[in-house]
Design a protein around this ligand. Structure first.
Ligand code: ZN
Length: 244
């Protein structure tokens, strides 16, 4: 079976469409594992939910999904994120909010645990350094945990003593789960933050046993134009072209 692993779409339909087109070009997948933040920041939250739901998808909740469906408060958000969340709330239908509200915080598929932030703090914790990854090994049972939230593709590998080392995950560098316990972040579809503005996602082929990362160019200007027309915060528009 082949699985697409996507995270942090953030209402960016142009990026999500480019990723799904790329998946098709590579022969398609049996299902999609989505690690949360389908909405928030971007200009097309409803269309992203609709497109995602055309796929056989296993989706967990991100903090933005639960904020936009009023399951959690936006008090912890930055002013720009809170403004974009209020705008997103005003655009979603009751059915779309119900879908986001109902997303679980954790799922297990095959030998993978799926969460948004971390297994210890699924909605909020950022796994961006090795010490935090090491502490989180005790919070999941499977060999591999998939996370999003930082918008940076990363691989944390545990050694025999249970200490993690982390590295930026690059596209030409396949990862083989099973050799050691791993925490893997596929990067962000709709708002990458590692200095590469291209959409980021991963494919897992369980026959081959490897995870591969892909970076896909998309029409960033089209998304930025829509955000401008809708009056979304300037900083959120500008950061897309820098990938930061
Ligand atoms: Zn996010």
């Amino acid at each position: 079976m082949r699985h697409a692993i996507i995270a942090d779409i953030h209402g960016n339909l142009a990026a999500l469409t480019a990723v799904f087109d790329d998946i098709e070009r590579r022969g398609g997948v049996d299902d999609v594992w989505c690690l949360g933040d389908v909405v928030g920041y971007g200009p097309e939250p409803s269309a992203c939910i609709s497109l995602l739901r055309t796929m056989p998808v296993y989706c967990i909740a991100g903090n933005h999904d639960h904020a936009a469906s009023v399951r959690i408060d936006v008090a912890a958000f930055s002013p720009d994120a809170a403004r974009a969340t209020h705008w997103t709330m005003s655009r979603l239908s009751p059915g779309e909010k119900g879908y986001l509200y109902g997303l679980p915080q954790k799922l297990v598929r095959n030998n993978f645990t799926l969460v948004h932030g971390s297994p210890r703090g699924p909605l909020w914790e950022y796994l961006d350094y090795a010490g935090a990854a090491t502490e989180n090994l005790a919070y999941f049972e499977t060999a591999c945990c998939l996370v999003g939230h930082t918008h940076v593709p990363m691989v944390f590998t545990a050694d025999a003593a249970g200490n993690c080392t982390g590295r930026h995950w690059l596209a030409d560098n396949p990862v083989v789960p099973g050799e050691s316990r791993l925490i893997v972040n596929p990067g962000s579809v709709g708002q990458p933050r590692d200095g590469d503005p291209r959409a980021s996602y991963a494919l897992y082929d369980d026959a081959r046993g490897s995870l591969r990362l892909y970076r896909i160019g998309y029409d960033i200007r089209a998304t930025q134009r829509k955000m401008q027309q809708l009056g979304l915060p300037e900083r959120l528009i500008y950061r897309l072209q820098r990938g930061l």
